[in-house]
Ligand binder design. Structure first.
Ligand code: SF4
Ligand code: SF4
Length: 354
């Protein structure tokens, strides 16, 4: 038994010029992110399996020896347990593309050091190779990041390879401007989950935040994505609170009206990461209370809610803290990090693994 992290042991994250273990490092939260590096200057080339695990072991061995790599210091995903000797991959993040058909004011491709660029590589050859070599475990998680997946040229093949043939669970953020029937098929198989950040209840507010006039297209896609019970359950509709743009209950109620119209029950309440960053992860009480109020209204109307960036929030609001416990719970499932209390809750949760 020793301390390590599932992503160090079994994770791959494809950026557009590097291959890493995970997509972030908590060490340089403010000054830049330096995740554990498997290969610098990586552009989709096939890495032989033996070499891949040798590179991954550079970090795994530090944990095994009782240490902690600099990149992982203080990371909440570190846990103590019996780590299997067997080498395999069970979580892959695909974030090596950044083009998008929207231009959200909060998009990290706009304000962080990652620039939006058409320069990328084909990822299918390397994924196919790892799958054929039997190192990608059945039932693994694939997380999509980067730009807009439905306009990425290998979108359909990736969904065919992992989701439609029931090999992995795929998590896709999409703006839903372009409807993808392949994505719908994967959702209807209950192997793929999508998050759509609508952030508004009206075309006017949508346009201000997403900076494209595509509200009506999104409504059309939503109707198609929500066509079956399974596909509806696979949707999480998100409201990112953007200070001064949509921070009012009237807009949120219209957002709820849209969710209701399409029978979507899973919601996410979030806040603009740029604002939190600016506030050193200490949002004004106004936004805490607003998020809490929104949550109450949604729950009264029988929606299921989660918070996202508020996870990092420190606050004296007792109720919010309790709600945050639920957030920790969701995060725990996502990152497989549990404390004792969370374990108890975990057993009954709808996202519990089969
Ligand atoms: S411990 Fe944290 S930083 Fe290190 S690989 Fe795991 S998730 Fe990434
Ligand atoms: S939809 Fe996503 S990738 Fe596209 S601009 Fe908005 S946040 Fe960025």
């Amino acid at each position: 038994m020793y301390k390590s992290c599932n992503l160090i042991q079994h994770g791959l994250c494809f950026f557009n010029d590097t291959l890493t273990s995970c997509c972030f490092s908590p060490v340089d939260k403010v000054d830049g992110q330096v995740p554990p590096m498997i290969k610098f200057n990586y552009w989709g080339e096939i890495i032989p399996v033996k070499e891949l695990f040798m590179r991954m072991d550079k970090y795994a061995d530090i944990f095994k020896a009782g240490g902690c790599p600099r990149e992982c210091q203080n990371c909440y995903k570190i846990e103590e347990k019996d780590w299997p000797e067997e080498r395999y991959i069970d979580q892959i993040t695909i974030t090596h593309f950044s083009m998008c058909n929207a231009d959200c004011i909060y998009c990290s491709n706009n304000y962080e050091k990652w620039e939006r660029t058409p320069k990328t590589y084909d990822i299918l050859p390397v994924l196919n190779y790892f799958k054929e070599q039997g190192i990608i475990r059945k039932g693994c998680e694939i997380h999509i990041g980067g730009g807009e997946f439905t306009i990425y040229h290998e979108c359909n093949e990736i969904l065919e390879l992992f989701a439609i043939n029931n090999y992995a669970r795929v998590f896709v953020p999409t703006n839903a401007i372009k409807y993808s029937h392949c994505l719908f098929r994967a959702m209807d198989k209950a192997t793929t989950y999508i998050i759509i950040s609508l952030d508004s209840g009206t075309r006017k507010t949508y346009k201000k935040i997403k900076r494209v006039d595509a509200f009506n297209q999104v409504m059309e896609s939503l109707e198609k994505y929500a066509a079956t019970q399974k596909s509806r359950d696979a949707i999480r509709l998100k409201y990112i609170l953007v200070p001064t743009y949509n921070d009012n209950i009237a807009e949120f109620k219209k957002f709820l009206g849209i969710a209701k119209k399409f029978g979507i029950t899973n919601l996410i309440i979030d806040i603009d990461e740029r604002y939190l960053h600016l506030k050193r992860y200490n949002a004004d009480g106004y936004y805490i209370n607003l998020a809490k109020k929104m949550n109450d209204i949604a729950i009264e109307q029988n929606f299921i809610t989660e918070f996202y960036c508020f996870y990092n929030q420190s606050t004296n609001n007792k109720q919010f803290k309790e709600d945050n416990f639920i957030i920790r719970f969701f995060k725990a499932i996502k990152y497989r990090y549990f404390d004792k209390k969370l374990r108890e809750l975990y057993r009954n949760h709808r996202y519990a693994p089969k």
